[in-house]
Design a protein around this ligand. Structure first.
Ligand code: TRP
Length: 482
């Protein structure tokens, strides 16, 4: 008999532990900055409501019905509904996406760990903007340092997962998640007094439609076509949608896996709303903590992935008790990352245990080692020497399609997983639940109090969510355009 969560609170904490991570505090602020602020946040919130919530409901319900790893859950559910076993491809691509995401997630989490030590040694105190930049360059230009931290982080992930999700993680998250919340609120309060708060509010909540829909170059200037018109782009929309999946841990079976350990009598609707609200609150609070400092210090909100490693340390360096708060912040962020990392490999580990009959520890070590190896690609693509504005690295900048898609390997892995694999995975999960499974079994699994709620879910997964995901994709490929 498989284990179940001790109670509904531990499920919430584990799921929030999975959802709240680098995505909320590292990624959300920098992509919001890159894609123009207000409209991006608006698009992201719409995606959360119309796509994220229905798909999270679905993943939890399918997981709880199948009670196995995503691949085997889908296999069983398709057998029960007389569908083709090929549907299990959703589980396969999910395992691949999870490992790919974790490969770079671990490198960034390693940087977070390094920053905990930098913060605690007082390295940020009274630093200038250039001094802070130097600390980051010192780390990211040294493959050995990044490799060491990446190895340590993967080691810790392997350690936690090999002991079973329940053992350590339930206890850890129930302390860490509330602590993270309190700390973020403290940082927001500090940011309110920093002098950049109104600008930040303006940036985050005033829609600037042009910045969202028209392509710009690395310097923030609009690209023009031959006739002098701005160039329209759907990419920010795609990033917003991808991020809705990423931040809620959807589209690859992580939440399905956690749902498989969930007790029958718990209300899936309540669980989902709680998880989504907490996750969104953490992302918005992170923005409110970071952007005021960006503006107060005259920094660029579109600085990219380095945003949190430059602006926050600057603030920590100039506040009283900054060494303490800064250390605490990065340590908590590290724990948030660890609880997410666990959910990224758990589906693969569980699948290996189920189908290959090997022990958990062996399954975890093999999966972890493979992920560690893929992570080397990220390390080599972010380390390098900065020449002018361009970072030269081993792989060079890989040229894709057009000059706004001038990505390095790490960014390509990020784009393919978060913006393509997760939405496609989510789309298939929705179609599977809405069109392939019979109504009776989904209705029984949810046991919503009112039949009206079930009807809303049904319409969402059958039509609204798949159509929205498909629309964004078709626009990208250029088949439809409006
Ligand atoms: N949601 C996590 C974050 O925001 C990352 C994450 C954990 C994830 N598990 C996932 C992303 C599964 C996609 C799929 O940091």
């Amino acid at each position: 008999m498989k284990h179940e969560w001790s109670n509904r609170l531990t499920f919430i904490l584990a799921a929030v532990g999975s959802a709240v991570g680098l995505g909320n505090i590292w990624k959300f602020p920098y992509i919001t900055g890159e894609y123009g602020g207000g409209v991006f946040i608006f698009a992201y919130l719409i995606c959360i409501c119309l796509i994220g919530i229905p798909i999270m409901l679905t993943e939890i319900a399918l997981g709880r019905r199948g009670k196995q790893s995503p691949v085997n859950t889908i296999l069983q559910l398709s057998q029960m509904s007389g569908a083709h076993p090929a549907w299990s491809i959703v589980g396969w691509s999910g395992m691949a996406a999870g490992c790919l995401i974790l490969s770079y997630y671990s490198v960034i989490a390693g940087e977070v760990m390094a920053y905990s030590f930098r913060a605690s040694s007082g390295a940020f105190v009274h630093q200038s903007v250039d001094g802070i930049k130097g600390i980051l360059t010192n780390l990211t230009s040294d493959p050995e340092k990044l490799l060491a931290w990446h190895t340590i982080f993967m080691g810790l992930t392997i350690l936690s997962v090999s002991r079973g999700v329940k053992g350590g993680i339930e206890k850890t998250v129930s302390f860490l998640m509330p602590a993270l919340f309190v700390l973020l609120i403290l940082l927001v309060i500090y940011a309110m007094g920093s002098g950049g708060f109104t600008q930040a509010l303006d940036f985050m909540f005033t829609p600037d439609v042009d910045k969202f829909f028209y392509a710009r170059n690395d310097y923030g200037e609009y690209l023009m076509d031959a006739s002098g018109e701005k160039v329209f782009t759907w990419k920010p929309m795609m990033v917003a949608m991808g991020h809705a999946f990423f931040t809620l841990s959807l589209g690859m079976g992580a939440i399905m896996m956690y749902g498989s350990y969930l007790n029958r009598h718990v209300s899936i609707g309540q669980m989902t709303l709680t998880i989504v609200l907490l996750d969104t609150a953490v992302a918005l609070l992170a923005g409110l903590a970071i952007f005021p400092l960006v503006f107060a210090n005259g920094l660029n909100p579109a600085a990219g992935p380095g945003l949190i490693f430059e602006t926050l340390p600057l603030a920590f360096g100039s506040m009283s008790a900054g060494t303490f708060i800064g250390t605490l912040f990065f340590v908590l962020l590290f724990f948030a990352a660890l609880s997410s990392a666990i959910s990224l490999i758990e589906p693969t580990v569980a699948w290996l245990i189920e189908t290959k009959g090997i022990r958990r520890i062996k399954a975890t070590v093999w999966t972890g080692l493979s992920v560690w190896f893929i992570g080397l690609a990220t390390i080599f693509s972010i380390t390098g020497t900065t020449v002018g504005d361009i970072v030269e690295n081993i792989f060079g900048d890989v040229e894709l399609k057009s000059d706004i898609l001038n990505y390095n390997l790490f960014q390509i892995i990020d784009f393919i997983t978060a913006s393509i694999m997760l939405p496609v995975g989510g789309l298939l999960i929705a179609v599977f639940a809405g069109w392939v499974m019979d109504r009776d079994s989904t209705e029984r699994e949810f046991s919503f109090r009112s039949p009206y709620l079930y009807q809303v879910w049904y319409v969402m997964v059958r039509y609204v969510s798949p159509l929205l995901v498909a629309l964004v994709f078709l626009n990208i490929i250029g088949i439809v355009n409006f």
